[in-house]
Design a protein around this ligand. Structure first.
Ligand SMILES: Cc1cc2nc3c(=O)[nH]c(=O)nc-3n(C[C@H](O)[C@H](O)[C@H](O)COP(=O)(O)OP(=O)(O)OC[C@H]3O[C@@H](n4cnc5c(N)ncnc54)[C@H](O)[C@@H]3O)c2cc1C
Length: 355
């Protein structure tokens, strides 16, 4: 099955007309907007925003989009990044905010697929191999010291680790010291996932965005976790910018989120919870606050052959998988540009050229 086929894209169109209501809150039954119902406005629909209900829905949708991609609400996030998300998702093509849900674990979708392609091209992937230093070699190239095992030599290096790991690995002279020191200002923002296994199905949609609820997004992870035995459902609540939940004891999260789920999904009120657990990524993304853009470096460094990549670099995009992919493409293009021009001057074999 191709990657494209493995992603089931939920077409997001305005298929549900919400009844007029106050702008302040929605009744519980309306708080779970299935993503099939999540509002995506074409240019035409956006132009008809005079309707207060549609305006409210756009607000909710924009806020949900921004929260899920920039990991914070409009008031605390970088306006430039919020504008990228809203412009792309709500004002771009009418399918630009369609949401793809992986139907297999991301490790398989991205990791295994990437490793297979690299192997086919003659590459080797070393997993669980920590780089401890990158040392430029006189005459060109690099010596990569590993925390364990023999060092590796390389013509070129794409340093694609998070900013707090990249800073100590940057060789002297590759970037101004204050640039590298400034990366600490990018900080970190947590994502907390709350996992609930019920003794029966309670949600009949693949995923849901909730409004007026502490629940942000809920995903049905039953199939992807190979738990699709009859009579149970595994839901995962994903909480971005989850500072307030990063250290909250599991029991307190349970007290807050089980009633919130029951409010969204009536069937959950009678269901028994067979398992409840929480996973926390304290450094899930960098903190995409106003001013963070100035701290994100370009891919090129002053060391020929050494480039930066990673969703935290200056991609113009939020810290997302899309941003990470874009950074990789930029790094490859930069290496190809600089290494090819170096090679043509020296007559050496250029990287990226098939022999
Ligand atoms: C819980 C969670 C949910 C998320 N949900 C979404 C989502 O739904 N959609 C979305 O688009 N994005 C999501 N993100 C964000 C997304 O995962 C990141 O934007 C993306 O993974 C960044 O990719 P990256 O390659 O820049 O960095 P990473 O994926 O962090 O990769 C960096 C790699 O460098 C390795 N490394 C670090 N130090 C060293 C060293 N010294 N030597 C060798 N290797 C090292 C790390 O082990 C890691 O594998 C989520 C993130 C989290 C944590």
């Amino acid at each position: 099955m191709s990657t494209g086929e493995r992603l089931s894209s939920a077409p997001a169109r305005v298929t549900k007309k919400l009844p007029p209501a106050s702008l302040v809150s929605l009744p519980p039954s309306e708080r779970a907007l299935s993503c099939a119902h999540c509002v995506q406005y074409s240019r035409g629909a956006a132009a008809r925003q005079a309707d207060a209900l549609e305006f409210r829905a756009v607000n909710y949708e924009a806020d949900n989009l921004v929260f899920a991609t920039i990991y914070g609400g409009f008031l605390v996030t970088s306006l430039a990044l919020a504008a990228v998300v809203v412009k792309t998702g709500l004002l771009g093509k009418n399918n630009a905010a369609d949401i793809g849900v992986p139907t297999l674990p991301l490790g398989e979708l991205h990791g295994d697929a990437g490793a297979t392609l690299l192997a086919k091209l003659g590459g080797q992937v070393a997993l669980s191999t920590k780089v401890s230093a990158i040392e430029p070699v006189s005459g060109g190239g690099f010596r990569i010291a590993l925390a364990q095992g023999d060092p590796v030599t390389a013509d070129a290096v794409v340093l694609a680790v998070p900013h707090e790991k990249a800073a100590p690995l940057i060789p002297a002279g590759a970037l101004p010291e204050q640039t590298v020191a400034g990366w600490a200002g990018l900080g970190a923002s947590p994502i907390v996932n709350v996992h609930v296994i019920y003794d029966r199905p309670v949600m009949d949609l693949p995923f849901v965005a909730a409004i007026d609820s502490p629940v942000q997004w809920v995903f049905d992870r039953t199939k992807i976790s190979a738990m699709d035995r009859p009579g149970q459902q595994y839901l995962a609540i994903s909480l971005s910018a989850a500072d307030q939940f990063a250290d909250t004891p599991v029991a307190e999260l349970q007290e807050q989120f089980l009633p919130a789920l029951a409010e969204l999904f009536p069937a959950a009120r009678d269901a028994r919870v067979t398992e409840f657990f929480v996973t926390r990524e304290r450094r899930a993304t960098f903190r995409q606050t106003p001013g963070s853009g100035a701290l994100r470096p370009k891919t090129a460094t002053a060391r020929p052959g050494l480039v930066l990549a990673g969703a935290w670099t200056d991609t113009g995009w939020p810290d997302t998988m899309e941003g990470a992919v874009r950074s990789g493409l930029a790094a490859a293009a930069e290496l190809r540009r600089t290494m090819l021009s170096t090679a043509s001057k020296t007559g050496a074999s250029p990287i990226g050229e098939r022999q």
